[in-house]
Design a protein around this ligand. Structure first.
Ligand code: SF4
Length: 234
């Protein structure tokens, strides 16, 4: 009998470990890395590269969208000062799950899901509502879940250590980094200096990333923040 297919939105490699282990028993999986919320560009490249490395090891294809942080800034405009878990996060999650639902429908997958609920910082109830709405919009089923249950988060931490995966210190966007990622109250410039810790691993992931020319409109983010969020790999 044919196994159902599932397109899994992967927010980062560590969160994907436990979820992939669970879902691979039941589904034929493909991953989707669509995370324009991650800043700066080097951090994005690192997380994407690690996700690609882990998926490759599990024999799972990983689809990656182009990195367009300008689209993300447009989506959350006006909610920059929201606390983590507020409206900005709901908009951010909706943007990512909507694209996953669209890709799942286009690709003929039976359903889609997300790794996001592994995190103890994420409200699974809210994510499942957002996923169900995206499913209705695109006519494809959503796999509602709370992967942190049953010690899921601890399992993901164990597996990440086992595989030597990079674990980020903040959710993803520059606001989360400046608010709670070890750079509280710092300027964006200081934040970028603090993220220099990722530079030594960029070489490891360079082969997984296809640098592309800057797209029209992406300069907006630079103008608004004074920070180049889409800097090419060094
Ligand atoms: S804190 Fe995380 S979920 Fe919330 S807006 Fe930033 S990247 Fe998105």
């Amino acid at each position: 009998m044919r196994r159902p297919t599932l397109l899994l939105h992967i927010c980062c490699a560590p969160c994907s470990t436990h979820v992939i282990s669970l879902l691979a028993v039941r589904f034929d999986l493909a991953g989707l890395f669509h995370n324009p919320n991650i800043h700066p560009g080097a951090e994005y490249a690192l997380r994407r590269g690690e996700a690609a490395r882990f998926c490759r090891g599990r024999g799972i294809p990983l689809l990656c969208t182009a990195y367009r942080p300008g689209d993300w800034f447009s989506t959350v405009r006006g909610r920059e000062g929201d606390p983590e878990g507020g409206v900005r996060c709901a908009l951010c999650i909706r943007m990512r799950l909507d694209e996953t639902a669209r890709a799942a429908a286009l690709g003929g997958f039976d359903c889609f899901g997300t790794t996001l609920t592994v995190s103890p910082h994420k409200d699974a109830g809210l994510i499942n509502v957002i996923g169900a709405e995206a499913a209705r919009r695109h006519g494809v089923r959503f796999l509602a879940a709370d992967f942190k249950k049953g010690d899921g988060y601890a399992a993901s931490c164990r597996m990440s250590r086992l595989h030597g995966l990079y674990r980020q210190r903040y959710c993803g966007c520059i606001y989360s980094a400046m608010g709670g990622g070890g750079a509280r109250g710092a300027s964006a410039v200081l934040f970028l200096q603090e993220t220099a810790h990722v530079a030594h691993r960029v070489e490891d992931v360079r082969r997984d990333v296809d640098p592309r020319p800057r797209q029209a409109g992406e300069g907006e983010a630079v103008a608004r923040t004074g920070v180049d969020l889409d800097d090419p790999l060094p």
